[in-house]
Design a protein around this ligand. Structure first.
Ligand code: BES
Ligand code: MN
Ligand code: MN
Length: 464
């Protein structure tokens, strides 16, 4: 693989320019206004795959946004790796909080990225990371070094819950047949501390509506005598954590798998500077479940968070009103053992139970997803470990990620294949936030690491 380094060096600028072009496409999957751009992004991704030599490239229609497929079968005896990624992005709002426009990529230096980072929505999550795979693939094909079969499945609905992907996988079982799924859509600890993600949290996302009186009322004439749905909702939400910041929904923790003291100890040995963490976020303290460290709170413990809350008068000035309705979007991150379908029911039951008689409540589910644990003794994990060690000069640490990628559990349950979560972003890269960025170091390091994975995985699989 010595040949690849000079090629990467010589093509660095082009690899960046090509990514920039993709980052200029506002492929926001959540907002129908951008449906045309989402499609344009799918076509652009397919064009790239064709250009670098993938075959059977196709943009597949779904009930939602299209799925891009492509493959290169080099040897029927060699293993097949399915690369999964997503070309859709989160909405860029609030736009006024971006230092430079979200869809006009630009390289700027930061403290953690002294060599520069690409600022744009999707730079890290996941266009930049997805495109590393296209470029690594290009390098390997150009030098005739691809040792295994590779399939690409790049979807456009990850950020809205991958609603149509399961159906696509079921209908295309044969086409997608593979030995392992390779995904770069997670983080490393820092640029000197490579890590592999060995767990992802699940998700249960709900929306609630609280209705008091049948219409908005004068808050003086009626105030104090009629339930104010916003007051009530706030109280209900507050009551869902106890004084130890544990979630009070009955049965919520019943299925949480216990993590051994040994694993907890190991997990806390990973480098983490809590002072720096607080400083970066401009907070004077961290807050979470008693008895657990920050790493544990995001890695192995479930949560309940309000993502948005609204109702009443929020216009200019003051209006004295007792509103008729209040709303909130509430998500729960789940950990291994917990079942999003079961949690959905527990939440609904609990929310209805704690509502005072003076209001009516409506609870409806959004998307959900199962948590994931990745074994560290598999061939694919060992191959990824070796690939990262080769590229970074350091063995990667196993780390649980706090985010969710619901399709990973589906790949396991439905297709019966395990995933390797080899991401290269940093948790501080501001994904989903204004000023999302992705380090140039991380982008190029990813492109360098991926070919090693193919090489080691193919070798190690043969031996087994
Ligand atoms: N790439 C993220 C998930 C992620 C980020 C995992 C960092 C680990 C570390 C993914 O695009 C994402 O944002 N997923 C959503 C879930 C989805 C159902 C909207 C999430 O975690 O909120
Ligand atoms: Mn992602
Ligand atoms: Mn995301």
């Amino acid at each position: 693989m010595k040949e690849l380094k000079p090629y990467l060096e010589a093509n660095k600028q082009r690899f960046l320019d090509e990514l920039f072009d993709l980052l200029r496409i506002p492929s926001v999957s959540a907002d129908p206004k951008f449906a045309g751009d989402v499609r344009r992004m799918a076509e652009a991704t397919a064009d790239h795959l064709r250009t670098v030599g993938a075959e059977q490239v196709e943009v597949f229609e779904t009930a939602g946004h299209p799925i891009v497929y492509g493959e290169k079968m080099v040897n029927p005896k060699a293993p097949t790796v399915l690369v999964y990624g997503h070309y859709d992005v989160q909405p860029a709002d609030p736009l006024n909080l971006w230092d430079s426009p979200a869809f006009e990529p630009i390289v700027k230096k930061t403290k953690l990225h002294p060599q520069g980072a690409i600022f744009a929505r999707g730079s890290c999550d996941d266009k930049g990371q997805m495109f590393m795979h296209v470029k690594a693939f290009e390098m390997m094909l150009k030098h005739n070094l691809l040792p295994c079969n590779v399939k690409f499945m790049i979807e456009g609905e990850e950020e809205v819950g991958s609603k149509n992907l399961e159906k696509f996988c079921l209908e295309n079982r044969k086409k997608l047949a593979c030995d392992v799924v390779l995904i770069s859509d997670t983080s490393i600890i820092d640029n000197d501390t490579p890590s592999l993600t060995v767990g992802l949290r699940g998700l249960c996302y709900m929306e609630v509506e609280v209705t008091g009186p049948n219409r908005d009322l004068h808050s003086g004439v009626y105030g104090g005598a009629v339930a104010n749905p916003i007051n009530v909702l706030c109280q209900m939400i507050a009551s869902m954590h106890d004084s130890k910041r544990r979630i009070t929904i009955e049965g919520f923790y019943d299925d949480v798998e216990k993590v051994s003291a040994k694993e907890r100890k190991l997990m806390n040995e990973a480098p983490f500077d809590e002072k720096q963490y607080m400083k970066d976020l401009h907070i004077n303290d961290v807050m979470g479940e008693k008895g657990f460290t920050t790493i544990e709170r995001t890695g192995i413990r479930p949560t309940l968070d309000v993502n948005g809350i609204w109702g009443g008068y929020i216009g200019e000035g003051a209006k004295t009103v007792l509103p008729s309705k209040a709303f909130a979007k509430i998500s729960m991150r789940l950990v291994p053992g917990q079942d999003p379908k079961k949690i959905e029911k527990l939440f609904q039951k609990h929310f209805e139970k704690i509502a005072p008689k003076g209001v009516k409540v409506k609870v409806s589910p959004h998307h959900g997803g199962y948590p994931v644990v990745v074994p560290t003794n598999s061939v694919e994990y060992k191959a990824a470990e070796k690939a990262m060690e080769k590229a970074f000069g350091k063995k990667p640490l196993p780390q649980r990620g706090g985010g969710s990628i619901p399709i990973v559990a589906m790949f396991d349950q439905v297709l019966g294949v395990k995933s390797v979560l080899m991401g290269f972003g940093l948790d501080s890269d501001d994904i989903h936030s204004p000023n999302e960025h992705y380090g140039l170091f991380n982008y190029y390091k990813g492109i360098e690491t991926i070919p090693y994975f193919y090489q080691y995985y193919t070798e190690m699989k043969k031996k087994k």
